[in-house]
Design a protein around this ligand. Structure first.
Ligand code: ADP
Ligand code: MG
Length: 232
């Protein structure tokens, strides 16, 4: 990677607007939101329920299209891209972790992590090697043959994180990833996320209600009247 990659945010949200219709009444959720996410930096998004955190994450992850504004990925605008191109960027550059693990129940931890790499076209032997490494790195080396129901909540969430980073994305977006976990387990999962930022230089945005965890991240932002504001 050259100099240029470091000078440009991995994700830049510019003047994002998003409305939902509530019956006949338009409900403005995001109203000119701006946010830059940088390689190697962890950002906490702390805001009340219903303020638009998930909406912002979905837009940053190209899962949802804003009504106005632009999402730049590594400096390139995405609003005019065809669906197939957006999907390609999602596969290679963006990792997403949800509050519930959303692992495929029929598959083992290893297979769940292998799948996105196989879809991307990597050789099976290569995906086994990479997936085993990532799972071991996250402390799941002894659990790779377990199915989701044979894992604890924290373990399931760490498999979901392994799956999200399997294709070495530039950005990891996590929507209340520790929301369903007890404090100790949440701490463990949070630690795994922080470890990945340092080890892989990924940019990370985590929506969370946990102020203690947010306090340990590089930067904190909130949503006020549809705009992103820096905290502190
Ligand atoms: P948060 O993640 O901060 O709790 P969300 O982004 O999920 O907030 O939602 C923000 C607001 O937008 C909420 O009031 C929610 O009801 C509304 N909303 C979210 N998605 C939709 C949708 N698909 N249709 C209509 N309203 C929605
Ligand atoms: Mg939400």
């Amino acid at each position: 990677m050259g100099q240029a990659a470091e000078d440009v945010p991995v994700i830049y949200l510019h003047e994002i607007k998003r409305q939902y219709m509530q019956g006949e009444v338009p409900l403005t959720i995001l109203n000119g939101a701006k946010l830059a996410l940088w390689a190697g930096q962890s950002v906490a998004l702390v805001a009340p329920s219903g303020s638009g955190k998930s909406t912002l994450l979905h837009i940053a992850g190209l899962l949802e299209t804003p009504d106005d504004g632009e999402v730049y990925v590594s400096g390139a605008p995405t609003s005019q891209l065809a669906d197939v191109e957006r999907t390609q960027i999602r596969r290679t550059d963006i990792g997403f972790v949800y509050q519930s693990h959303r692992l495929l129940p029929e598959f083992t931890a290893l297979e769940n992590v292998m799948l996105p790499q196989m879809i991307r076209g990597l050789r099976r032997s290569e995906t086994i090697k990479r997936s085993t490494e990532i799972l071991s790195y996250l402390g799941l080396g002894e659990r790779i043959r377990h199915r989701p129901t044979e894992l604890s909540g924290g373990e399931q969430q760490r498999v979901a994180i392994a799956r999200a980073v399997a294709n070495a994305p530039r950005v990891l977006l996590a929507d209340e990833p520790t929301g369903n976990l007890d404090p100790n387990t949440a701490d463990h999962v949070f630690h795994a996320l922080m470890q990945l930022v340092k080890a892989t230089n990924v940019a990370m945005l985590i929506a969370t209600h946990n102020m203690e965890l947010a306090g340990r991240m590089d930067r904190r932002v909130s949503l006020v009247n549809g705009e992103v504001v820096e905290l502190e």
